[in-house]
Design a protein around this ligand. Sequence first.
Ligand SMILES: [Zn+2]
Length: 324
Amino acid sequence: MAVLSDIPGEAEQVSCAICGADSNRQLFMARDKVFYGDGREYPVVECRQCGLVYLNPRPGGRAKAAYYENEYPFCMSDGCSQPLAHYQPVIDRLMERDPGRVLDVGTGNSPFLPEMKQLGWEAAGTEVAEPLADHFREQHGITLHIGELEDIGFEDDSFDAVTVMGVLEHVPHPRRFLEEVRRILRDGGLMALWCFNRGLEARLLGRYWLGFDTPRHFYSFSYDTMLRLLAETGFELKGSLFRPISYASYSGVWAYQRARNRLRAQHERMPTYRLHLPAALELVSRPLGRALAARMESSNMFLFAEGLAGGGRQTTVKEMEARV
Ligand SMILES: [Zn+2]
């Protein structure tokens, strides 16, 4: 069985992105659940100090880019995207404020910015794929700045709101990334973050949980690890929303389809975001999702945080928990 560390020059060993510790334990080996044809497995570890779950070693340099090959649909102008309804919690939060400047990091082909523009906001985005940015400008008249956020160099306090949706798991250095968001967000500005939540469901499903898209996801954050990271990068949590969706049925359907394909000796790609549940499973899934969300344990969360004034004093996690 090929593992990533067998391939010289591709693998990168990393310390914990939250506490810096090098002490971790391996949870399991995970496959690429979308492009799984090469049989390679990736070690998923948990930090013994702070509990952050991450890929280690992980693809570095050119190897990383290879995992976003042309068929990764969020990188294609005609690829799929989350429907507008997915962004509604963020749109609602922003609309509680006066319209201003909003930056969406890693826009892809999402319908979020065009909607914000319609609603009177001055909209801008960032994108690493240049053709996608050209397409987006032609379609919507909205500029997507090319490159990784940390390399673009926006002025201090440039935005009233920054949205980071489906991005943080992919970022090599999440602390540095959030510090950059804080720098370009005005004091009191809102950051809206959507990411997967390593809650009860994730822990039970282990390597089969679809919320950890190895090896494109480097990190699997929980509510607690996010709380700490936000507190330490100059943010104050103002609210959270757990989506009432269960991933258990999706993981089951995915595992079943994969087993069936293997029996037929087929190596079809099985994009997890295109999985459809049979109606019966959908019925079971809904109340389960609601029950998990009510306990802040569902697989998907939105976090809303304000930039602390002066970029200065950092809130402790205890203070933050006391306020939410
Ligand atoms: Zn740690």
